[in-house]
Design a protein around this ligand. Structure first.
Ligand code: SF4
Length: 503
């Protein structure tokens, strides 16, 4: 699909309009200068007075016309970025409306293409805007459907019941620890995940760097009396390293981090069942880590093979039982909607199998085509469900979880996600992951330690976010972890308004 747009000279329109077009069309080229060769032309007129008035006229190759207009008050803005955002949203409103008319497809998330829709609602709740007005704004300005607004509200309410002080946690931090190794690489994955076999040398040096980071960051937290709310070990698969290595790592955590006994939650992803052993479960228990993830993704063996997960369905089930027997009482499991070759039948089977295990939380992802994944590079090899079927599976997950006493507690979206759907974390009562809520709602600083770990520094007063990423591959990490730690300390000093840098 080639869309030729006129009337919008500012290049900043290009990205948001392309992202919205991608919700409707698989391969799409959007141009802001008139193009002779095109499938659709859309002419915009934007008038700014006390209001923003936008008109859009679409004409297709057959000469069919669609027209839409939208007008809203132009609010005073503190800077150009704020001003542009208002106008851009009004343009997006008209653009989405005409594309919906022309295609007959309703985008349930309206003009939202970002990752965290619930943040919008939190912002209003923090300002104590009444729910009905906040909902009206989501419906009218963002064109979000009532179904999704209801989901957003349900999640926001649940998050506030799990973390009543969610809006007051800016003076604490959470820690993400990235361990970039996995037994093999899954086809849809773009995480830093290096095959662990044959790389023992680099695992050793990586862990050396990780211990250093934990020590140094821990020292800073202690010196400045900053508490830790949650710790999350992700990656990769943090249980890919040996039981001894895990033991030393958690010992480091207890030695270096402040007040570990009072951290509200410590999670270790043990996503790949083929990494779980009784020895490693012992180590987790020894250090009082009781929230883990064991991720089936699917209970259909052919699917696991097709996506490059070299373990069996039985292994997932066996390891789940083993973890239970060994005292793990907060287990999350991930499922993915729309894996290659899977439809309603396979997904229904996965839900039935889940019912036999009843993990404390279930995260339902929708397959997304990330640019760098093997699956995206070889898209033709992988046959996936269409939009309608993906939506059906999402509805099945919704009803299944409701019937089994799970409630949605966090939600995020991704680019190029199948059917423009979402990823939703469900949990049984009081088993919600605090870390997942904190990372999603961006209410406090998250310090990323280790390979590929992304830090987000949230300014306690302005809420402004500064991103900082550690290197993704172990080799670069090993060469530069000291410098990266130093830079993070600098950012922590700035954000927590600490004048004197550490020696
Ligand atoms: S187990 Fe997770 S991190 Fe590892 S390759 Fe698969 S999707 Fe990526």
């Amino acid at each position: 699909m080639r869309i030729s747009i006129t009337g919008l000279a500012d290049e900043r329109y290009h990205r948001p309009l392309r992202l919205i077009a991608n919700l409707f069309f698989e391969e799409c080229i959007v141009s802001l200068t008139p193009q002779k060769e095109h499938d659709l032309s859309i002419a915009f007129t934007v008038q700014l007075t006390e209001t923003i008035h936008v008109e859009g006229v679409l004409i297709d190759k057959e000469g069919t016309k669609e027209k839409a207009t939208y007008e809203k008050a132009l609010m005073p803005a503190s800077n150009d970025k704020e001003h542009f955002k208002q106008v851009k949203n009004a343009v997006a409103h008209v653009y989405l409306t005409i594309l919906q008319e022309w295609t007959g497809i309703t985008q349930k998330w309206g003009i939202l293409t970002g990752i965290r829709p619930t943040k919008l609602l939190h912002r209003q709740m923090q300002k104590q805007v009444p729910k009905s007005i906040a909902h009206q704004q989501l419906r009218e300005e963002y064109l979000i459907t009532d179904e999704k607004i209801e989901l957003m509200q349900q999640i926001v309410d649940r998050q506030l019941s799990v973390i009543p002080d969610l809006y007051d946690l800016q003076k604490e931090v959470s820690i993400y620890i990235g361990i970039p190794f996995c037994p093999t690489k899954c086809a849809y994955c773009t995480f830093p995940a290096y095959a662990i076999n044959g790389r023992q040398g680099s695992v050793d040096s990586f862990l050396g760097g990780l211990h250093y980071e934990m020590k140094t960051i821990g020292e800073w937290l202690k010196a400045n009396n900053v508490k830790i709310t949650t710790v999350y070990y992700g990656g990769g698969t943090p249980t890919s390293i040996s039981a001894e290595e895990m033991d030393m790592l958690y010992e480091e955590m207890y030695d270096s981090f402040p007040d570990v006994e009072h951290i509200r939650e410590i999670t270790v992803e043990a996503g790949r069942p083929d990494t779980i052993t009784p020895e490693k479960l012992e180590v987790l228990k020894k250090w009082h880590i009781d929230r883990i993830s064991i991720n089936p993704q699917s209970y259909t063996q052919e699917t696991l093979k097709a996506i490059g997960r070299h373990h069996t369905v039985e292994e997932t089930i066996d390891k789940f039982h083993l973890a239970r027997e060994m005292g793990m009482n907060n287990i999350n499991m991930d499922l993915i909607i729309g894996l290659p070759g899977e439809g309603v039948e396979e997904f229904s089977y996965s839900l039935n199998e889940t019912e036999k295990l009843m993990p404390e939380s279930l995260t339902v992802h929708t397959l997304s085509f990330k640019r760098a994944s093997e699956m995206t590079r070889n898209k033709d090899k992988y046959k996936v469900a269409d939009r309608m079927e993906a939506e059906k599976m999402m509805n099945m997950a919704e009803s299944w979880t409701r019937e089994h006493n799970y409630a949605p507690y966090y939600l995020y979206r991704q680019k190029n996600i199948l059917g423009n759907l979402e990823n939703v974390g469900y949990s049984l009562p009081n088993q919600d992951s605090i870390y997942n809520i904190l990372i999603m709602e961006e209410q406090q600083t998250i310090i990323g330690i280790g390979c590929g770990a992304a830090s987000k520094f949230i300014h306690p007063e302005t809420g402004e976010i500064t991103h900082f990423a550690n290197p993704k591959d172990p080799k670069t990490y090993n060469d530069s972890f000291e410098k990266y730690t130093e830079d993070k300390i600098q950012l922590l000093n700035e954000h927590f308004n600490i004048q004197e840098s550490r020696a």
